[in-house]
Design a protein around this ligand. Sequence first.
Ligand SMILES: Nc1ncnc2c1ncn2[C@@H]1O[C@H](COP(=O)(O)OP(=O)(O)OP(=O)(O)O)[C@@H](O)[C@H]1O
Ligand SMILES: [Mg+2]
Length: 356
Amino acid sequence: MNWDDTTDADAAERLVDSVADREDQAVEAALRPKDLGEFIGQEKVREQLDLVLRAARARGATADHVLLSGAPGLGKTTLSMIIAAEMGAPIRITSGPAIQHAGDLAAILSSLQEGEVLFLDEIHRMSRPAEEMLYMAMEDFRVDVIVGKGPGATAIPLELPPFTLVGATTRAGLLPPPLRDRFGFTAHMEFYEPAELERVIHRSADLLEVEIEPDGAAEIAGRSRGTPRIANRLLRRVRDYAQVKADGLITRDIAAAALAVYEVDARGLDRLDRGVLEALLKLFGGGPVGLSTLAVAVGEERETVEEVAEPFLVREGLLARTPRGRVATPAAWAHLGLTPPRSQTTGNGQQDLFGA
Ligand SMILES: Nc1ncnc2c1ncn2[C@@H]1O[C@H](COP(=O)(O)OP(=O)(O)OP(=O)(O)O)[C@@H](O)[C@H]1O
Ligand SMILES: [Mg+2]
């Protein structure tokens, strides 16, 4: 099942990228939890969704439309399949970019069965006309099919069976409010705690028939950037290492040694992240330094630094974006085992000559 077109060559090269690569797509189906009970973490979302689905089942009704928002790899596709499974309903899978014309959407909607779950991935990338058709379909279970052209065109209303739309987006902010408002329930997926990722890793190890010690799982979890997809990917690489270099059992030492080979450090930073941080600390005394200057220093494009490396560094509290440029935090110095110059602690010791 490959309905996700977000994979690109750059993403596939990074072991810590949260976007699915080809291998992920091939193996993820086998690792997906099948019901809410198996779904790890996201306590709030799970509890709320459980209520929504139970109530609908008790009423013998179709569940309200659900919007799932959150970063890549946190379990949106997985949850959509769980919603269908919990409702005992079939699921139809499509995505925003696959719906170019309103007619594409009309064709899908008019072929739905009663109670079916329609999973619309990357819903923020749907075309405008399709979006408007979706408003009416969600609210009134009706679409207007336009027949003919010009002044003679007529709208033929078409009744739809009740269905549940499950929309997924990594960019909830890009959804127009009228669309957002038509969902009965919105689930915001958060990054996972290390303890939750440990459980994900143990579960996946069982399914992959890999032997792993609790310390080994903890070591991988700490490097997984709060993301189950990354945890599963690191587990597979560590498994390879354990098979080739040891007897297959994943211990803490084996996990650490394997991930050192792949240059994923104890906090989940990879070579690019560390390169940015090291340049900021060693060449610019911790900043502030402009983005362009920093990018030249690490030999990367501005966009790569800004969009690929920085979001995680900012989230981890290692780097701050300020109006005067990029600044390292005390945690960054500690992480790389370096001592900040005294001016760093006052925060305004240096001049940024190059602008942000
Ligand atoms: N709560 C969870 N418990 C166990 N495994 C999980 C959980 N969430 C996600 N996973 C695993 O992580 C992988 C990625 O999840 P999924 O494909 O659902 O993410 P996504 O949010 O749809 O990502 P994208 O935005 O890239 O589409 C799946 O293979 C699944 O096995
Ligand atoms: Mg998905």
